[in-house]
Design a protein around this ligand. Structure first.
Ligand code: AKG
Ligand code: FE2
Length: 356
């Protein structure tokens, strides 16, 4: 680690423009975001605004079902099941279907529209100023009931990014597509864990997953987290979202309900900073203080296949894998001590060895 920290970046409210634009939060809530590292924004989207996203998810599940069915991996399309049941049914026939969907994501138009919607950008402007880009790391979470594969253990998001990201704020909006609470896998935050602006040592890989892991002792020791008092379970009702920063430790609880806990996490940052994604992908400009209107260049953004660029850049070739392969590898695995070998870490080590 570089040993240089930027605590002010994550704790001090930047200068605010005087007037309130639609979607912007009251000053007290902005203050709370910088004090505690996160805030819950309630009743921000109407059901009508979120419905296109729900439809887009249903569409992605439908395409996956058809692909698995055509390949003879499942015998039933399960098209009588609804948005919160169908993937579970598919998963029963083809374990790992949720990982395939998590893995093969092309950001659908409905998510893009949400990501750069005016009211949301007005709010993000309060956190990072008038120059705003979408950060290349976004995820749709396919958290099926009781599946360990999507239980994300304690981590700081910067643990997944390269060091160039440590000096600036990358706000995340975690948007659920149903009411979330401790029974269906909402998130937990380690309040104040961002205040030192430090990145603690993570390990890889958690259980049978590709996730990095941050030990509670390490959170206490390096980040000054008070484990007894500052772990907060954060239910987020449909229509709202959880807004947090790239330094705060968080995890997702198990989904003990009968419904798939669908969510997306979207990120933004200043376009003048490095995206901290290992030089693999750039962001997409949404707003500029120098231009009245910015037309986001989706064509350019969508042309980048992160995995392909990563492999070409670091291993000089693209490694072909079966489209039904449920292994997930990425550059974050190489950043931390591998204390638990599994198929994901091994896939990483294997390509490293092959192409050195
Ligand atoms: O949705 C989850 O389960 C984990 C979310 C997360 O870690 C994130 O959005 O950064
Ligand atoms: Fe995260």
């Amino acid at each position: 680690m570089s040993g240089i920290y930027y605590p002010d970046t994550f704790t001090i409210v930047p200068p605010q423009s005087g007037f309130k634009k639609p979607g912007q939060l009251p000053p007290e809530q902005i203050q709370q975001y910088f004090d505690e590292g996160y805030t819950v924004v309630r009743d921000f989207f109407t059901p009508e605004e979120l419905q296109p996203c729900r439809d887009a998810i249903a569409d992605m599940v439908d395409q996956l079902a058809k692909k698995l069915h055509e390949a003879g991996k499942i015998t039933n399309l399960h098209d009588d099941a609804g948005l919160f049941q169908r993937l579970t049914k598919i998963e029963e026939e083809f374990p790992g279907a949720n990982i395939l969907l998590f893995k093969h994501q092309k950001i659908p138009k409905a998510f893009r529209d949400l990501w750069c919607s005016e009211r949301l950008l007005n709010l993000i402007e309060q956190l990072i100023g008038p120059d705003i880009a979408g950060h290349p790391v976004w995820n749709m979470r396919t958290k099926t009931p009781n599946s360990i594969a999507l239980d994300v253990p304690w981590h700081q998001d910067c643990g997944y990014f390269s060091e160039e990201s440590y000096n600036h704020l990358i706000p995340t909006a975690w948007v659920p597509f149903l009411d979330t609470d401790e029974t269906n896998g909402c998130l937990q935050m380690a309040r104040y864990g961002h205040r030192l602006g430090k990145v603690a040592a993570h390990t890889c890989c958690h259980s049978d997953t590709w996730f990095i892991d941050l030990a509670e002792e390490e959170m206490e020791k390096t980040l000054g987290v008070d484990i007894k008092n500052d772990l907060v379970t954060v239910p987020v009702p449909y229509g709202g979202f959880l807004l947090f920063n790239n330094m705060i430790p968080h995890r997702s609880l198990p989904n003990r309900s009968n419904d798939v806990r669908w969510s997306i996490d979207l990120r933004w940052q200043s376009p003048h900073e490095n995206y901290g994604f290992y030089g693999i992908a750039e962001g997409i400009l949404f707003r500029s203080s120098e231009q009245e209107r910015v037309e986001p260049d989706w064509e350019k953004f969508l042309a980048v296949d992160r995995k392909e660029v990563w492999q070409k850049k670091y291993f000089k070739q693209v490694i072909e894998t079966d489209q039904f392969d449920t292994t997930v590898t990425g550059p974050w695995i190489g950043r931390w001590h591998v204390t638990n070998e599994n198929k994901h870490s091994q896939a990483f080590t294997k390509i490293m060895k092959l192409h050195r």
